[in-house]
Design a protein around this ligand. Structure first.
Ligand code: G1P
Length: 295
């Protein structure tokens, strides 16, 4: 069984839901407490043993590349001022030299197309995909938990969770076959189904381990839900010849692509920080007592 060494981060999205904040800044660089959203996702990949980080970017995203590079002037100033703690944080967050690649999705044709844009960088080996909107709280990280599913069954692995029936139409939904602990065989997939069409209330959470045959399928993949080239549709074809395993991970995801999810992530991650939590908790309690309901 080939190891999973590479991870693809599709970061080309325009972030229209966060305008005007994302007019000049990528949505992936919005901060949850004091770290950009994309840093949490990259940390999850590195924790799972990923050696090469492949970013599929678009216009106005070059600041992501800068974020994962050394900032020599800043570091010199921090050193001069004796700010060693900040220097350590920057060093820990930095990927190894030569372990990042950037390519562009020239046209926003959908998630399937974005992943396909990484085909030359991934090559002929299984790889992970991490959608940067979703950040996860919990240890071990979601991708690390998925590696157990991969070691057990090989093939393709998808992280899943249960959702409220009224939210299901926003996601990919899976059909559930034979279960072994928190793993199960996926018997079907549908992208953004209506409540009636959905095979279950178990949704795709935005973490994938995929075999490289997905790229050939994506080459010919037509448009699906929302008029976009959907990764889920290509996975449905691949599932005709290869196994797909669902992993019910433990932990909690925040959908930072939505305003409420992003705000909730800020609260949740601040509350687990010993340097911030005591004051922040008190401030939250004061605010919830004082704030009038705007509706
Ligand atoms: C994508 C996937 C969908 C998945 C979701 C998770 O949808 O296509 O299957 O459930 O991410 O966030 P998108 O959020 O790009 O519409």
């Amino acid at each position: 069984m080939k190891p999973i060494r590479k991870a693809v981060f599709p970061v080309a999205g325009l972030g229209t839901r966060f305008l005007p904040a994302t007019k000049a800044m990528p949505k992936e660089m919005l901060a949850v407490v004091d770290r950009p959203v994309i840093q949490y996702v990259v940390d999850e990949a590195r924790e799972a043993g990923i050696e090469h980080l492949i970013f599929v970017t678009g216009r106005n995203k070059s600041v992501i590349e800068d974020h994962f590079d050394i900032q020599a002037e800043l570091e010199a100033t921090l050193r001069e001022r004796g700010k060693l703690e900040q220097l350590t944080i920057l060093a820990e967050d930095l990927p190894k030299p030569g372990s990042t690649s950037f390519t562009r999705q020239q046209t926003p044709l959908g998630l399937g197309h974005a992943v396909w844009c990484a085909r030359e960088l991934v090559g002929d080996e299984p790889f992970a995909v991490l959608l940067p909107d979703m950040i996860m709280q919990g240890r071990p990280g979601c991708l690390t938990q998925m590696m157990t599913g991969y070691e057990t069954f090989g093939g393709n692995v998808i992280a899943v969770e249960d959702a409220e029936p009224e939210h299901i139409h926003r996601y990919g939904v899976v059909g559930i076959g034979e279960q072994t602990g928190n793993l199960f065989e996926i018997t079907g997939m549908v992208e953004k189904p209506s409540r009636e069409q959905a095979p279950s209330n178990t949704i795709i959470s935005g973490r994938y381990i995929l075999q490289p045959e997905i790229f050939d399928i994506l080459s010919d993949q037509g448009t699906g839900a929302g008029g976009e080239i959907q990764l889920t549709d290509a996975m449905i074809t691949l599932a005709q010849t290869q196994r797909f395993t669902g992993v019910r991970y433990s932990g909690h995801f925040f959908d930072c692509g939505s305003k409420v999810g992003f705000l909730a992530a800020n609260v949740a991650f601040a509350l687990e920080r010993p340097d911030i939590a005591p004051h922040f908790r008190a401030e939250l309690q004061r605010l919830t007592r004082l704030s009038p309901d705007p509706s």
